[in-house]
Each structure stands twice: as C-alpha cells, then as structure tokens.
Design a protein around this ligand. Structure first.
Ligand SMILES: *[C@@H]1O[C@H](CO)[C@@H](O)[C@H](O)[C@H]1NC(C)=O
Ligand SMILES: *[C@@H]1O[C@H](CO)[C@@H](O)[C@H](O)[C@H]1NC(C)=O
Ligand SMILES: *[C@@H]1O[C@H](CO)[C@@H](O)[C@H](O)[C@H]1NC(C)=O
Length: 154
C-alpha cells in the first residue's frame, strides 16, 4: 500500500511539473534594454507591449534610474494620465520593480512623475489565461437546425 501511495505521489509530481513546463512563466524587461523611462516617442511602450503575449504567471520587470515610478491604474486613469494613482516608487539610484500578473484581463501601467505619462511612459496589456491556445470555441457541436428532416416511405 505504501508503495502504491508513493507511486501516486510520484505521478502527481510528474503531471504538475509537465503542466508547469507547458505554461512556463516568462519574465519581461519592460522596454527591453531601454528600461523604464521617458521614451524617445509616445508609442515606444505600446509598440513594446504589442509584440508580446502576456499569460497569467508572467512577470513584468520595471528597471529604472532617476525619478520614475510605476502605477497600476484603471483604464480611465490610464487614458487621462491621472496623477492621483498610488504608485510604486523606488530608490533614486537604481530600482528593479517586479509585478507578477496573477489574473487575466486588461492591465494599465503609467508613470505619474511630471508629464512622463503624457510623453508615452505608459502601456496597457491584456493578460491571458494559460492553455487558452487549446480547443477553440469554434469547435462547437454541430447544429441540427438545418438538417434535412428524415423522410420515411415513398
Ligand atoms: C520610437 O522610438 C523607437 C526607439 O528609438 C524606434 O524604434 C521607433 O521606430 C520609434 N517609433 C516612432 C513611431 O517614431
Ligand atoms: C537593469 O538595467 C541595467 C542597465 O541596462 C542592466 O545593467 C541591469 O542588468 C538590469 N537589471 C535587471 C534586473 O534586468
Ligand atoms: C481622470 O479620470 C478619473 C476617472 O474618471 C478622474 O477621477 C480623474 O479626476 C481624472 N484626472 C484628470 C487629471 O483628468
């Protein structure tokens, strides 16, 4: 019996590690080598984000120097670059701030320092469920409404 339980425990570990391997969490350096700062143009961070697919469990790494911060805000505050948001601030020298994306749906990040947000230090992403690339909803059961009605006799 004890042997059996050991085998079952082993199988569970194997299945779990396979699941984790399949959905390996990624770590993204926001802005890549540029880091998190006032970008060279207003579309810099939206361009950066649009080339990626973010999955629950992934981590965003904000790496910055000087006077920057990060706020995780609702859409309205993102659109109007609200400065009322609660921010994650760091040291004036170098800050590496990480946010793990724990739930699916849209997320909005801005810097609330001066006019940084208006100058493009902002981006939004849509966090997806893991395994969402499985069977798609288009694999619907066949519809019978247009099927010809069976006819019997001659
Ligand atoms: C914004 O700046 C980046 C980095 O310099 C550049 O690759 C990109 O083409 C620029 N985009 C626009 C719209 O100017
Ligand atoms: C942050 O950026 C600096 C400069 O690009 C780089 O040397 C450092 O390795 C980065 N840190 C992390 C944790 O990515
Ligand atoms: C931005 O929008 C939010 C939500 O509608 C509002 O509470 C806030 O006062 C606005 N801020 C600015 C600077 O317009």
């Amino acid at each position: 019996m004890a042997k059996h339980m050991g085998l079952i425990g082993c199988s569970i570990v194997v299945v779990l590690s396979l699941l984790f391997a399949a959905s390996e969490a990624a770590r993204y350096n926001v802005g890549d080598r540029f880091g998190w700062s006032v970008p060279p143009n207003e579309t810099f961070y939206s361009d950066w984000a649009s080339s990626k697919t973010f999955i629950v469990g992934d981590t965003l790494v904000f790496n910055w120097t000087g006077n920057q911060n990060v706020a995780d805000v609702p859409m309205a505050d993102y659109n109007n670059c609200s400065t009322d948001a609660i921010t994650f601030t760091g040291s004036p020298n170098r800050t590496v701030f990480m946010i793990t994306l724990l739930y699916p749906g849209p997320r909005y990040f801005i810097c609330t320092v001066d006019d940084h947000c208006a100058r493009g230090q902002k981006f939004s992403i849509n966090v997806e469920w893991p395994f969402s690339s499985g069977p798609s909803p288009s694999a619907r059961p066949p519809s019978y409404s247009s099927a010809p009605s069976p006819s019997f006799g001659v």
